[in-house]
Write a protein that binds this ligand. Sequence first.
Ligand code: ACM
Length: 268
Amino acid sequence: MKVGFIQMTPEFGQVNANIKMAEKMIRTTSADLLVLPEFFNTGYLFSDLQEVRELAECVPDGHTTTQLCRISHETETALVAGLAENANGTYYNSAIMVTPDYLVHLYRKTHLFDREKLFFQPGNTGFKVFEYLETKIGIMICFDWFFPESVRSLALSGAQIIAHPSNLVLPHCPRAMITRCLENRVFGITANRSGSETRGGHHLDFIGNSRIISPESNILGQCDKEDHCCIIADIDPSKADQKNVTGRNHILSDRRPEMYHTDLCHGS
Ligand code: ACM
């Protein structure tokens, strides 16, 4: 299965131009699954709720979802991409997965980062796994990586590939995802954006460094901070079903949830 990511620099508020930029990059390659960044169509730094209201879109009927469905159908590529979602006046930082046969799946970001909390509601979908080409694909968005429960929940639900649209600003995620993939024996595709944004008195530099990671913690593809690129790796998703690290250690069935409690011991 050919899987990969698009790393790009969206221009804030220029939805049509950003979709066009993504489409051009998608059409330079041939893949079964491509992951695009968080908020790939709008940019990241919303100044106020009014901007969110103007740029958030309905799923599945909104403009961006419709365009991604068209691109997915024409290129025969499943796409995972982040966008601001308007769900009847409630706003979520969401990601959709669209497939060439016009199926649309939705995930709403569970762990909101910093100022996202001013404008978006915490996601209520939970971590979901979607099947495409007999492969189980789980979605999380950017800061979800900081919570090991995110990838673990997806792995326990059978995810073989973690599609991870991102707008990373902290430096740690590319290293952390190596561990997340190893400890869950899954493939990870982090699609980050490049560039910077200065808006509403705030400035953010995005770290780029998008990556494809294997269940054995190998880097199968990556790009640098400022790159605009589309990187593909040819993978066998069934490798993620191999959860044994020794003949006697299966990383999921060796778990002991009954021991994972939080009682504070005060001594005897
Ligand atoms: C982030 O969650 N966009 C850092």
